[in-house]
Write a protein that binds this ligand. Structure first.
Ligand code: NHR
Ligand code: GAR
Length: 221
């Protein structure tokens, strides 16, 4: 019997790539049944590019500053991905807003992790905004990407407490530990065929997912 070929992932990064590393680790350990086909960065200096190359993964640097429009940059991303087997695209700390030129061809197989309890705090500086608002908890959400920034339907969400004396760095450090757990888990669900985007709404095992995503608990699997 021949084993079916492993699913291919493309991971888009802009920075240090700790979420990308979590995917590398999850693939190595078998928690995620996939192969990382390519890691792409818009930032040629992203530390994550070196980490990926060291792990033997193909890398591609596409500097957005060399393109005259967002659409032209997005087309370069599409052209790059065409060279690799890609079942699922993972935005992992990717900092460029994407246009339909990229989103349309990957719609329904494009995920992002956003460091807030969406629909709270789309956009940037989420931890500082949660602190400034006096929130008691913060967190992170994996969602399908749609053209509306951080507006695609949530899939999986993890919460952490905000503790007295927290600053942005302390809170970010608590949140990122959760990111590294829930993002590969959501990807595994997707590759098992359990997650779907239909008419702008997200489904898990055929059931509509709540507006804030499935709440992650340690026993969530
Ligand atoms: N693109 C679309 N269309 N929809 C989403 O939901 C997206 C997306 C691209 C990236 C990640 C997102 C996040 O999780 C993401 C989601 C970048 C910005 C941003 O303002 C905002 C949100 C996210 C990513 N980027 C600036 C820009 O002009 C650049 C900021 C910088 O370089 O520091 O693209 O938070
Ligand atoms: C993560 O906290 C991720 O949620 C966030 O950036 C960090 C990237 O860390 N993403 C965004 O803010 C997207 N705009 P990493 O490079 O170590 O994975």
């Amino acid at each position: 019997m021949t084993a079916s070929p492993q699913a291919g992932l493309a991971i888009l990064i802009s920075g240090r790539g700790s979420n990308m590393q979590a995917f590398i680790d999850a693939c190595d350990s078998g928690r995620l049944d996939a192969n990382i086909s390519v890691v792409i960065s818009n930032n040629p200096d992203a530390a994550g590019l070196q980490r990926a190359a060291q792990a033997g993964i193909a890398t591609c640097s596409i500097d957005h500053r060399l393109y005259t429009s967002r659409e032209a940059f997005d087309q370069a991303l599409v052209d790059c991905l065409a060279h690799y087997p890609v079942d699922l695209v993972i935005l992992a700390g990717f900092m460029r807003i994407l246009t339909p030129v990229f989103i349309a061809p990957y719609s329904g197989r494009l995920l992002n992790i956003h460091p807030s309890l969406l629909p709270k705090y789309p956009g940037l500086h989420t931890h500082q905004r949660a602190l400034d608002a006096g929130d008691k908890e913060a967190g992170v959400t994996v969602h399908f990407v749609t053209p509306e920034l951080d507006g695609g339907p949530p899939l999986l969400q993890a919460s952490v407490p905000i503790l007295p004396g927290d600053n942005e760095d302390a809170l970010a450090a608590r949140v990122i530990l959760q990111e590294h757990v829930i993002y590969p888990l959501a990807a595994q669900w997707f590759l098992q065929g359990r997650l779907q985007l239909r008419d702008g709404a997200a489904f898990m095992d055929g059931q509509a997912i709540p507006a804030t995503g499935i709440p992650y608990r340690a026993e969530t699997s």
